[in-house]
Design a protein around this ligand. Structure first.
Ligand code: TZP
Ligand code: MG
Length: 202
């Protein structure tokens, strides 16, 4: 799975935003919406999955195990407040990807072996996108957690912009996970393309 430019949707994202990120070259997409009903999220996932599949891009569903399963998503992403990753793994079976958010060394140390496919590590910086986020870890905190997590692939999340890409890549991350760097851009497709290009040349 290519996690290099992983677009995480803001609440209420429309399909056009996701498709713009796809056209811009996003390599993975997470449907994350804290405001949608399960039925709304299911319908959106079902509309998007075939479009993404044509481009070989995985759709990962945030939080909602039943939506991930029933919609035929490529995976599920959960956080520290979403229960034991072993329970999520048992529910989704062996074939779906499982991503887990980690914010501190203790979270990495507690990961059961062979259960998760990748980690979202952060927040690197404070971000208005997730009002209840944990304390920012900075690029040096990121480097420590990525080293501790090896060989599990890590994506850096939280206030990440194109300017951070060289440091993040040097830290051994498999990619960046961003919301506002794409969703708040005047041209989300072009913004995604800039991130993809920045990752490639870093
Ligand atoms: N988890 C940690 S920070 C964050 C999530 C979902 C939000 C990242 O959003 P942005 O706009 O890229 O800072
Ligand atoms: Mg969650």
């Amino acid at each position: 799975m290519n996690l290099s430019v992983y677009f995480v949707t803001p609440d209420g994202a429309d399909d056009a935003l996701v498709l713009a990120a796809l056209k811009g070259g996003a390599t993975a997409i997470q449907l994350r919406d804290k405001t949608a009903t399960d039925a709304e999220m299911m319908a959106q996932a079902r509309r998007l999955i075939p479009r993404l599949a044509e481009a070989g891009v995985a759709l990962i569903v945030n939080d909602r195990i039943e939506v991930a399963r029933a919609a035929g998503a490529a995976g599920l992403h959960i956080g520290q407040g979403d229960g034991d990753p072993r329970v999520a793994r048992a529910a989704i079976g062996p074939d779906l990807l499982l991503g887990l958010s980690v914010e501190q060394a203790a979270h990495v140390a507690a990961i059961p072996h062979g259960i998760v496919d990748y980690l979202g590590v952060g927040p690197v910086r404070a971000t208005a996108t997730k009002p209840d986020h944990a304390a920012p870890i900075g690029l040096d905190g990121l480097a420590r957690l990525v080293t501790a997590a090896a060989p599990v692939p890590c994506v850096a999340i939280g206030g990440v912009t194109a300017a951070d890409i060289p440091d993040i890549k040097r830290n051994g991350c498999a990619g960046i996970a961003v919301v506002s760097a794409i969703s708040a851009a005047a041209d989300p497709q072009a913004a995604t393309r800039s991130l993809v290009d920045a990752w490639r040349i870093a």
